[in-house]
Design a protein around this ligand. Sequence first.
Ligand code: HEM
Length: 150
Amino acid sequence: MTGAWALRFLLASLAVTPLARLMRWSALRPYRRTLGLLCFGYASLHVATFFVLDLGLDLGALGEEVRERPYVTLGFTAYLCLVPLAVTSTRAWQRRLGRRWVALHRLAYVAAALAVLHFVWLVKADLLEPSVYGAVLLALFAARRLARPR
Ligand code: HEM
């Protein structure tokens, strides 16, 4: 459940910019950071639950899982992408990084794609739910390109 919420909040945060542009509704923009941080909070809870309940805080076992189970490798890589996004989510970092901030925050799409693949790999048989998330991600990617200022 925590993983699903992390992915939902990530997709919702990615929806903010295209929606704000298409609907000329700039009051939406501050919600992008809130939704991104909610994603990070749920993702951290998700990873912590796995680390504490499934692995009993064994760092060696985590390394082994990341190396040997592709769905864990994908989830772990998605989480690693989210860390710099959460750290640099403040206005101060946005000012400090300038254009590089925008480039860095494209990592959110990479994290979302990895999270969808993590979900696909995990469920194997019933692909309906992960496919819905995948379709939403593709639609958001297309909307971002369509709504890009010229
Ligand atoms: C080290 C990183 C991660 C590990 C070890 C991990 C592990 C897991 C495990 C064991 C499950 C199955 C849960 C169950 O059957 O009850 C799961 C499900 C899931 N994970 Fe992850 N995960 C990681 C990172 C992430 C991240 C970063 C996201 C999203 C941004 C994510 C999204 C999901 C989703 C959508 C599901 C299926 C729905 C759910 O059970 O919540 N995971 N993950």
